[in-house]
Design a protein around this ligand. Structure first.
Ligand SMILES: [Zn+2]
Length: 62
């Protein structure tokens, strides 16, 4: 199931949800329950890997 990132237009809360395409239309902000959401289109499959780039060798890694 794809992960979508949203930003709430009401409270600017950013969150990600894992829902099917049909359920995507029903997503609401977990903070204020607003349905006024801005969907982020920054490569859904890269979520969670932003800081997981390990150096090729272990040198310098504490
Ligand atoms: Zn909100």
């Amino acid at each position: 199931m794809p992960i979508y990132e949203f930003t709430c237009k009401q409270c600017s809360h950013e969150f990600s949800v894992m829902v099917s395409i049909s359920e995507k239309e029903q997503v609401k902000c977990p903070r204020c329950s607003s349905a006024e959401l801005q969907q982020m289109f920054n490569s859904p499959f890269s979520i969670g890997r932003k800081s997981s780039c390990s150096p090729p060798s272990g040198s310098g890694f504490s």
